[in-house]
Design a protein around this ligand. Structure first.
Ligand SMILES: *Cc1c(COP(=O)(O)O)cnc(C)c1O
Length: 389
């Protein structure tokens, strides 16, 4: 095949995801996998039954409509109205995707030209770097620094150049758990207006903001509707990460652009699951409250175990994850630590260092997920206790 590398240059360095590597390690060592963020309990029985019913009734077994089934688009619109007082036209302002992952890819491919710059928080969700690269654009990280992991808005301003096209936000933020305040988002919105930037916001943890913190979609702020693409998904909110039903909400012009890319990625997906997610989005408020309270309790359970084992714990305000620091063990290299952890105590975690461009920024940070059964979290805490002795 000659000497030319097979992988195109845009994907250089993107390798295999850390989750594949660490989940494989979990399997071969029989470790508790607190690396990848998927729940070990499925979501509501009624929602599962809705999927079964759709399959049996032959709804969605053949190609559903490109933008998503009308029942789901209407349910997404009603959800946005119910929780955020946003009014969206289900026909032109809502697009169903194969999870948030495809929504991110389609949005980047649709909105970016080669050479554009995208400012994104780091540590970042790993698909951001890949999708920006596939679009031929450049990522410009804005580092969220321990211990607070708040964005430095002066630094954000200083990173904006004439090539900047888009600000990529994620709140609640994976992996740090930062929930952007209304004030921070107002400042970000003002910068976007001043420099005429698009905003793409990944809000898959919208229902997992803890301790009374409010999740404020930036699209609700004045003037943001015209420049914001909002992304969410059923996976995290309803504990069905395998269903891969996500969505994009934005004005009609932005949706039309994203739909153009999306139709040539998957065209459509997850037919019967779309009907089930439509029902999930209409669950009573108690579902969302109980879900959040349950995850907050699990956060505290794992957090306590990690502190007792000797980790420095950065308390997350949201998501499925706790970021820790291994400095108290006299260790500095999170990657080496995570490779050794299964042998040392039968637990798998992931190094946050792989989510940063700046090799020093997250060098000693390790991420654990707490979206697991209580007994699994207790057992993990007991195993991690070996590090303390
Ligand atoms: C899990 C996750 C996604 C992917 O969502 P899917 O709906 O499973 O594709 C996107 N963004 C963040 C921040 C996530 O944690």
């Amino acid at each position: 095949m000659g000497t030319r590398p097979l992988l195109n240059r845009r994907l250089d360095g993107l390798g295999t995801t850390i989750f594949a590597e660490m989940s494989a390690l979990a399997a071969t060592t029989g470790s508790i996998n607190l690396g990848q963020g998927f729940p070990d309990t499925d979501g509501p029985e009624a929602v599962r039954e809705a999927a079964v019913r759709a399959l049996r009734d032959g709804r969605g077994n053949q190609y559903p409509p490109g933008p998503g089934v009308p029942e789901l688009r209407t349910a997404i619109g009603d959800h946005q109205h119910r929780f955020y007082d946003l009014s969206l036209d289900p026909d032109t302002e809502i697009l169903v995707t194969a999870g948030a992952t495809e929504a991110i890819a389609a949005t980047m491919l649709a909105l970016l030209e080669p050479g554009d710059e995208v400012i994104a928080f780091e540590p970042y969700y790993d698909s951001y770097a890949a999708c920006i690269a596939m679009a031929g654009a450049h990522r410009v990280p804005l580092t969220l620094r321990a211990p607070s992991f708040r964005p430095d808005l002066d630094e954000l301003r200083s990173k904006i150049t004439p090539q900047t096209r888009l600000l990529l936000l994620n709140t609640p933020h994976n992996p740090t758990g930062t929930v952007l305040t209304a004030e921070e988002q107002s400042s970000i919105a003002a910068l976007a207006v001043e420099h005429d930037l698009l905003i793409v916001t990944d809000e898959v943890y919208e229902h997992l903001a803890f301790d009374g913190a409010a999740h404020v979609p930036i699209s609700t702020l004045p003037g943001m509707r015209e420049r914001t693409v909002s992304i969410s998904s059923a996976g995290k909110t309803f504990s069905f990460t395998g269903w891969k039903v996500g969505w994009v909400t934005a004005n009609a012009a932005l949706i039309a652009a994203v739909r153009t890319a999306k139709q040539y990625l998957t065209f459509v997906s997850a037919g019967p699951f779309q009907y089930a997610v439509a029902e999930a989005l209409r669950l009573p408020g108690t579902y969302f409250e109980d879900f959040r309270a349950d995850l907050q309790r699990k956060r505290d359970l794992l957090g306590e175990g990690l502190r007792a084992a000797g980790f420095r714990v950065y308390q997350p305000q949201g998501t499925y994850f706790i970021t820790t620091d291994i400095a108290p063990f006299g260790e500095k290299d999170a990657y080496a630590f995570c490779r050794a952890l299964p042998e040392r105590c039968g637990v798998v975690a992931v190094p946050n260092s792989v989510f940063y461009d700046d090799p020093n920024a997250g060098r000693s940070q390790v991420r654990f997920t707490f979206c697991k059964k209580d007994d699994v979290l207790h057992e993990a805490a007991a195993r991690l206790q070996r590090l303390a002795s």
